[in-house]
Design a protein around this ligand. Structure first.
Ligand code: NZQ
Ligand code: ZN
Length: 391
């Protein structure tokens, strides 16, 4: 069935080599006290920090900093940011980094004036945000999550081993995001690959659900084809501007809510990965890759026609003289080849998962699904299959 929907994406995107030129004009729209939030140091190593500080100074801002927001951002870091906002009457938050920095500042923005327990209320119980929020803007330095143009915020609470995502309403979307593909040239190859598979997975999570003829699915097929094509080119030459540019824009389009319109969606692969990384701190996209094949092999029969469509329209499988099951399995096998080709792992063992953790990961995974609602036992089977994967 096609669902009614509201498409409301207020994030203004500045895209391209000169996109940082727009920062000044955006900053002067907001108050004087700015929180500059960033990660573990790449922005200092590659000179971006100095450029941004110059622009902030020209815009006459009082700058406060929250640094060292690490991958799989922690709840304790979110609370550190909340403290800075509360003490210094912050008017605007500028996030510079990948999904981890951006997700963390959304939590800071939503939590700073929240009365009550931020983790319990906003993440575990997903209560609506009713208090004042701080406007945010982003300068994206790595492509993948789509966090630059959505309300997603995924936070890890290490005390309880829970990585929990929520989608904030459009009020908390970045007001603007600056996307310069050249800024992504310095991202380490494994992180580039992680971002590529994250984009692929966002598309698959929205695709493998529902069977109606639907514009969203045509868009997803096109984005998958572009992502696959551009990823091979980028991995050959990390400074291929066109390929890096396509990867960056694909990532935004894959999760700015556009291609999910009117659709039911899956997101079970993400739920499994979130708990996998709560236990292993693995890179998000690599974790997704390592559980995708056993998951899709497990559920394809429940959405057979869609898996056939995927095989033919995304991987050009020739359907003649084959039954639906053969075609669908060929599509999944091509996806597996692609995962290998780009250098993602197919086993969670490679990501540091321990056999004795699998039960706890399965038990703490949120359950749902596109074509089939999984049980914890089925999640465990998927984890075990990935864990025991051999060539
Ligand atoms: O911290 P620094 O030193 O900046 O290094 C980062 C980090 O180590 C590095 N990096 C980023 N840009 C760089 C760079 N290194 C050199 N040059 C650059 N230009 O890359 C590493 C990874 O960064 P991170 O932000 O963690 O990566 P990503 O963008 O993949 O974000 C992952 C987080 O986003 C969540 C994930 O679960 C994970 O916690 N997600 C957020 C979503 C959303 N908001 O909608 C959806 C996703 O499904 C995902 O769950
Ligand atoms: Zn993701």
């Amino acid at each position: 069935m096609l669902y009614d929907f509201i498409y409301d994406n207020p994030t203004k995107i500045y895209f391209g080599k000169n996109s940082l030129d727009n920062l000044y004009g955006e900053l002067i729209k907001y108050g004087k006290n700015v929180l500059l939030a960033y990660g573990g140091g790449s922005i200092k190593r590659y000179g971006l920090y100095d450029k941004i500080k110059d622009i902030l100074n020209k815009a006459n801002k009082n700058v406060f900093e929250l640094s060292n927001i690490l991958p799989n951002p922690s709840y304790s870091k979110l609370l550190e940011g909340v403290e800075i906002v509360r003490k210094n009457n912050i008017d605007f938050i500028l996030a510079v980094g990948g999904g981890s920095v951006i997700d963390c500042v959304k939590g800071i923005s939503a939590g700073s004036y929240h009365k009550g327990d931020i983790w319990q209320d906003l993440y575990i119980n997903q209560k609506p945000v009713t208090s004042k929020v701080i406007p945010i803007g982003t300068i994206l330095t790595m492509a993948g999550t789509g966090s630059e143009a959505n309300g997603g915020s995924v936070i890890t609470n290490d005390d309880v081993h829970i990585k929990k995502g929520r989608v904030y309403p459009s009020l908390l979307y970045p007001k603007f995001s600056i996307l310069n593909p050249e800024l992504t040239y310095t991202v380490p190859t494994l992180q580039v690959i992680s971002g590529i598979f994250d984009t692929i997975s966002h598309l698959l999570e929205q695709y493998f659900s529902g069977d109606d003829d639907n514009t969203s699915d045509y868009l997803i097929e096109a984005l998958l084809r572009s992502e696959i094509h551009s990823s091979y080119l980028a991995l050959k030459d990390m400074k291929d501007y066109i390929a890096r540019s396509n990867l960056m824009w694909n990532a935004t389009l894959a999760l700015n809510t556009l291609v999910g319109c009117a659709k039911s969606q899956d997101w079970q692969v993400h739920s499994i990965e979130h708990q996998l990384s709560a236990y292993t701190n693995c890179s998000h996209g690599l974790g997704l890759a390592a559980v995708s094949i056993p998951y899709y092999k497990h559920i394809y029969k429940y959405g057979l026609d869609k898996f056939v469509k995927f095989a033919i329209n995304v991987f050009n499988i020739n359907p003649s003289n084959k039954d639906k099951q053969e075609i669908a399995l060929e599509g999944i096998s091509k996806l597996k080849d692609y995962i290998k080709d780009i250098g993602c792992p197919l086993s969670i063992k490679e990501l540091g998962a321990k056999e004795e953790q699998l039960q706890a990961i399965a038990d703490s995974t949120d359950l749902g699904g596109g074509y089939k609602d999984l049980t914890s036992q089925e999640v465990l089977m998927i984890l075990e299959e990935s864990y025991n994967y051999t060539e």
